[in-house]
Design a protein around this ligand. Sequence first.
Ligand SMILES: Cc1ncc(COP(=O)(O)O)c(C=O)c1O
Length: 451
Amino acid sequence: MITDTAVSAMLAREEALFRQRNPNSAARADSGSRHWLNGVPMLWMSDWGTPFPLIMDKAQGATLTDIDGNSYADFCLGDTGAMFGHTPEPVVKAIAAQVARGTTTMLPSSDAAVVGELLADRFGLPYWQVTATASDANRAILRWCRAVTGRSRVLVFNRCYHGAVEDTFVTLKDGKVITSPSLVGEVRDLPLHTRMIEFNDLAALEQALADETVACVLAEPVMTNVGMVLPDPGYHDALRDLTRRTGTLLVIDETHCLSSGPGGYTKAEGLEPDAIVLGKPVAGGVPTSVYGVSEEFGQRIRDYLGRREQLGFSGIGTTLSGSALQMAAMRAMLENYFTESSFAPLIELARRLEGGIARLIEKHAAPWHVVRVGARVEFMCTPDRPRNGGEAYDMIHKPVDVAVHHYLLNRGVLITPFHNMMLICPVTTEADVNALLEGLDSCLAELGSPA
Ligand SMILES: Cc1ncc(COP(=O)(O)O)c(C=O)c1O
């Protein structure tokens, strides 16, 4: 049994220890806060729950070092942006070479043809486009879906996250779709054009698609942004079947689930989407995302463009997308890391981590559980597996998460903030995994012992 008293006692002590270990970060965070809006270059950098953000000195391999000289086994890996490790050598070399030859020209570089081939080969879809972020890729694909179907609505799942894509910022409240209260500065009535249901609810899906006004379903194959929610057996087959029957396009957002293998969850599980979005690590941390479409979807896009009088000003695309720098970095990543042989050891080590956490949960009789998708592992501080985003959201117990995160940080282990996600990269070692398991072991021993 883990009591609130044990959690608050741990958090108070660990916060004090955090301040003591990080005097330089405290001072630098304080002076940095003078000119950054809300104190940090990016708002969510202050959302870690720590008294102040740690200021990083360097990130190499699977290790972060802060400006107080503390080092961390990094299981967050830039929330997937560095999923193949920080500073992967082939990418460092490719970027350095490309920078010397020019970063961006608004024309294809000689790597473009090779990257197109590699994407088609790895992910099984023939036509691709590049953006700077996965948010942009999702926005673009929603537009194409609406354009070619002539339908205005999109469908997403409760508590999904697909980046800063306005259309997806709705939520279910008492069974009704509302604009997410957290969304800043939105003036449109988003539920007019976005339908939302719970993941794994086939009856709701059938009903939501029945009137054939939905352009596309946008889905993560496993929900990974509200803890982790696995699809029920057969759910993806039914999703594909229902979308096909109603003329609804199916877009799979692989930004996180590409931890499943070199062709993402889609290849690993034999999904047949009309489009795929791949974000974050595809260019080793150089801001890049891509989306790919099927033969048929590609033809519909070409037909649509053929019917337009004015080309250009499509509202799709940004200046630095498709740059020579992105292409060089992507080529190095796809050639060196998006391979079966590169993924196999990651998945094996992730399995070990999952097994180790499961054993600790049993040893301490903790009311927690652990799940995994490829090289991505998540423990949730609740005994039952959620079946959908609504259940997962209600289960996430913030104070215990924050206490555990502080405890691990103070012992040189960093996991993803907001929930308990851990990624294995090619240079994560057994020793890193053991450090995480030892940290969790002593943390659980303390949380579970009577005061
Ligand atoms: C599934 C998914 N899609 C898209 C995004 C957006 O990625 P970006 O912030 O790089 O635009 C995220 C970010 O976490 C994500 O988890």
